[in-house]
Design a protein around this ligand. Structure first.
Ligand SMILES: Cc1cc2nc3c(=O)[nH]c(=O)nc-3n(C[C@H](O)[C@H](O)[C@H](O)COP(=O)(O)OP(=O)(O)OC[C@H]3O[C@@H](n4cnc5c(N)ncnc54)[C@H](O)[C@@H]3O)c2cc1C
Length: 295
């Protein structure tokens, strides 16, 4: 039996594990993919204090080794279910179970993808889901944004201040966003709207070079930012009745859910700012509260 089991080994989960372990409790992380979460797939991180510029994979590895060197147990499996009776029982994809006195959910969020040819190949080499993080890599270059909501429009405005030109591709002729934001976008001379069209294929060599649209039009760009929605990774807690209709988890100021001993941290939580620094902050808060529960 673990004092604490953390589901998800991104920055939120890794940070939580460090704080739980430093409270002298035994703790395991269950991670179904590589350690580091979305951070590990980020080319360069330039806004994590202490590192002016660091490869996301390097930052992920530093956090992971920090946890492992403290004695955090790492279970490389997907968690498929969590039940609470006297204690928590977490079921893994391989059928095994793990028991814990407290559980911290740190499963993050996955970006909705276009699922077009070339998308996988150029992920991290032109295809991005984070303009704040990666926009600077395209300074002075041409990029495209795809989407029709607030995120797509706001991130296009942000990118227009950095890059040479932004093509905003939307499959309809009207945007689902605040009117004022749209007006701001339309005033920008380096943004071209491409309406009633969709991305068909991404083409390039070592990195993205061209987008082919369904209309046949071709855009020569170095970057494509996808803002077509997010999907919270909440499958593992679907039976616990703590997920709201949109899949995110409501927590209190201690990152505690409405179930005693169950916490949620990072991008899976309902909040406004989803960054590495906010994820690790949540991890620390939940861990210290969970540690109190175990004493
Ligand atoms: C392309 C991109 C670039 C970004 N760049 C930056 C940046 O430069 N700076 C910045 O501050 N933020 C950046 N972000 C945002 C940042 O990465 C996230 O806010 C942060 O990673 C959230 O951390 P998390 O631990 O909550 O979730 P994640 O990082 O999403 O980690 C969740 C982990 O849980 C695992 N998991 C999910 N379900 C299960 C399950 N059932 N069982 C086991 N494991 C599971 C996943 O495999 C994943 O590893 C970027 C995001 C993207 C997509």
């Amino acid at each position: 039996m673990f004092d604490c089991v953390i589901v998800g080994g991104g920055p939120a989960g890794l940070s939580a594990s460090i704080y739980v372990r430093r409270s002298n409790l035994n703790v395991a992380i269950i991670e179904g993919n590589m350690p580091g979460g979305q951070m590990a797939n980020t080319a360069v991180v330039e806004n994590y204090p202490g590192y002016e510029s660091i490869a996301g994979a390097d930052l992920a590895m530093k956090m992971y080794m920090h946890a492992i060197n403290l004695g955090v147990e790492y279970i490389a499996e997907y968690a498929t279910d969590i039940k609470k009776e006297e204690y928590f029982t977490i079921t893994l994809a391989n059928g095994e179970t793990v028991t814990a006195r407290t559980v911290i959910i740190a499963t993050g969020m996955k970006h909705r993808k276009l699922h077009v040819p070339g998308e996988e190949e150029f992920t991290g080499k032109g295809v991005s889901w984070c303009a704040i993080c990666d926009g600077n890599l395209y300074r002075g270059k041409d990029v495209a944004v795809v989407g029709g909501g607030n995120s797509a429009v706001e991130e296009s405005i942000y990118l227009a201040g950095i890059v040479n030109k932004v093509y905003l591709i939307h499959r309809r002729d009207e945007f689902r966003c605040d009117k004022l934001v749209l007006e701001r976008l339309k005033r920008l001379s380096n943004v071209e709207l491409i309406l009633n069209d969709e991305v068909k294929e991404l083409v390039g060599g070592d990195s993205l070079e061209k987008i082919i649209l369904k209309s046949g039009k071709e855009l020569i760009v170095s970057g494509l930012f996808e803002y077509i929605g997010f999907l919270p990774s909440s499958e593992v807690i679907s039976t616990l009745n703590i997920v709201s209709s949109d899949g995110f988890i409501e927590v209190d100021e201690n990152c505690k859910t409405k179930i005693e001993g169950l916490y949620a941290v990072g991008d899976i939580v309902r909040k406004n700012v989803r960054q590495i620094v906010t994820a690790v902050s949540d991890g620390a808060i939940a861990a210290l509260h969970a540690a109190k529960c175990c004493r």
